[in-house]
Design a protein around this ligand. Structure first.
Ligand SMILES: [Zn+2]
Length: 563
């Protein structure tokens, strides 16, 4: 005979089981937050549930409170946003720059040389001394530097110091000698500055590559050091995905390896460098992998060209049409206002960009081309226009789209060409861009609002380490168009400022779309990866002056707290 006690135990257990079924399981819930989902309706709610690294649900405290979860986080009213995405950065370059001579903010060239000397004293075993960040606009009279002092101090050690924009560098005589660079060295799309028939050490655009290409490739330990430092700084800043715009194949393999080992959390959208060999190396690796027996690796290669893992997506090529405005390498339709007779230069022939476009079109790869000057932009718009019919979804991008001829704006919309812009460039360049361009051209430069209107969406980035990594600086520059001191009053060309909602989308869902990742990241919707951040200020609400003081207090990537 079955005892009544046993039956009542069974009933109780049955109720408990039924109760469990009614309380769906999550791993983590976060409640009492102001959750900006950045979905298409810009829904704001209170709570979010996470399971298996993905978003399970968003809703009110009550709706999400019904989930069973081992971890329940009270956000105490903090704002919760999707992890920010930088659609144009140099993640590897930034990581490396953290271990080079820091020349940012040097007020004189002497100060730069002093920093090089103290770095060299502290790192005697470095074979090459590399530095980055000098800007002649900060030097007295804006004078360009030369290598004389470096030659005296470092007669036997090669030194290469890149300008803040990476489009110019000073190389000492030893570095030039090792690279075989002389005053008369033949060169397309660059400049070897000379005086009395001898190079001064100043190299512009493709001339810089003549030296960088002979620097020995670093080993895995160096990459681990660079990428882990970049990773923790970027996560702390609130970034969870970055597009690295132009990498040699070796760099991509290092990112992949370190991600797989769990040492780098950042999701990386990687563009291959257009350097004549990276693409071939990538394709050779692809062919070898597909012919091999490692099924896990094979599964990462999608049908045509791209490669995709949980955290890495290789799906395009980054090319350069011209240089930068600061070093007068940007290619202009008319001469520079402050340098009569000089219009900059293209870094390649039109035939070259045509061949790239023809090669990438059939294999599902994206083409992203740097163009700063109005002539550079026109050339790229013309090339892309030959391949991209109206209404296409190839998302080929023009990086920077900085100075666009008035008549050319509509070409972005006509061919669905995506402008990919960096709002802090506007507020960094605004002090001197008018000298380079004159008033009329300046009016059509950094025209982010008009570029946004072309396709109805606009990915935003920073171009770090050219600019700081901070997404809050991007948000502030895009919306206020002022520097940290509130200059200029009313903002620089405020008619081209973005609204806060546009800037937020630009740093999240539109940046994701610019990297073909909008189904995975960029908004907080069920099924997407649980990449999100808590902020100490709500950037949609605080006064503009407080935006720059905003910090990410907690960061999750794939449902795991990483900062
Ligand atoms: Zn860049």
């Amino acid at each position: 005979m079955v005892s009544t006690r046993f039956i009542s135990t069974l009933i109780a257990a049955g109720i408990l089981l039924a109760g469990c079924e009614q309380r769906p399981a999550a791993d983590t819930i976060i409640y009492n937050a102001v959750v900006y989902t950045v979905d298409s309706a810009m829904t704001v709610c209170e709570a979010i549930a996470i399971k298996d690294g993905k978003i399970l649900a968003t809703g009110s405290n009550e709706q999400i409170g019904k989930y069973e979860a081992a971890e329940r986080v009270d956000a105490h009213g903090s704002a919760l946003y999707p992890g920010f995405i930088d659609a144009h950065a140099h993640f590897v370059g930034y990581g490396r720059s953290l271990f080079e001579v820091n020349l940012y903010d040097c007020k004189t060239w002497d100060e730069a040389v002093e920093r090089v000397s103290s770095f060299a004293a502290k790192h005697p075993s470095e074979v090459w001394i590399r530095g980055r960040g000098w800007d002649q606009h900060l030097f007295p009279g804006g004078a360009w530097p030369d290598n004389k002092k470096l030659n005296e101090l470092f007669p036997d050690k090669p030194v290469l110091l890149q300008r803040i924009d990476g489009h110019a560098a000073i190389a000492n005589a030893k570095a030039l000698e090792m690279a075989g660079v002389k005053a008369g060295t033949a060169l397309n799309g660059g400049k070897i500055e000379q005086e009395n028939g001898k190079p001064t050490g100043l190299l512009i655009d493709n001339a810089v590559d003549l030296v960088t290409r002979i620097i020995p490739v670093a080993g895995k330990a160096a990459y681990a050091k660079w990428l882990q430092a970049a990773d923790s700084n970027c996560l702390a800043a609130g970034l969870t995905t970055v597009a690295d715009c132009g990498l040699p194949y070796h760099d991509i393999t290092m990112i992949d390896t370190l991600q797989q080992e769990g040492r780098v959390h950042m999701r990386v959208y990687a563009l291959l460098s257009d350097d004549g060999k990276t693409y071939d190396e990538y394709m050779a690796a692809r062919t070898a992998a597909l012919a091999g027996s490692n099924e896990a690796v094979k599964a990462c290669y999608t049908e045509h060209g791209p490669y995709k893992t949980e955290r890495l997506y290789v799906k395009g090529v980054k090319a350069y049409a011209d240089g930068a405005l600061g070093s007068r390498g940007a290619c202009l339709l008319h001469h520079y206002t402050d340098k009569p007779g000089w219009g900059g230069f293209l870094l390649g022939t039109q035939a070259h960009y045509d061949s790239l476009a023809a090669m990438l079109l059939p294999i599902d790869m994206q083409l992203c081309t740097h163009a700063i000057g109005d002539s550079g932009n026109r050339m790229v718009l013309e090339v892309y226009g030959r391949y991209l019919p109206q209404g296409n979804d190839r998302r080929w991008r023009i990086e920077h789209a900085q100075v666009v001829a008035h008549a050319d704006f509509d070409r972005f919309g006509t061919h669905s060409i995506v402008p990919s812009v960096q709002p802090t460039h506007a507020t960094s360049d605004m002090y001197w861009a008018g000298e380079r361009l004159g008033t009329e051209r300046l009016g059509d430069a950094y025209a982010y609002r008009r570029l946004l209107e072309q396709n109805g969406w606009l990915p935003l980035g920073t171009d770090f380490p050219v600019e700081d990594i901070s997404p809050f600086k991007t948000f502030y520059a895009a919306t206020a168009r002022m520097d940290a001191k509130g200059y200029p009053e009313g903002g620089f060309q405020p008619q081209d400022a973005l609204t806060r909602e546009q800037a937020l989308r630009g740093m999240t869902i539109w940046a994701a779309k610019g990297c073909f990742m909008e189904h995975e990241v960029g908004s907080l919707e069920p099924g997407k990866k649980a990449d999100f951040i808590l902020l100490d200020h709500d950037i949609m609400k605080v006064p503009a002056a407080q935006l720059l003081a905003t910090k990410a207090t907690a960061v999750w990537s794939g449902g795991v707290r990483v900062h």
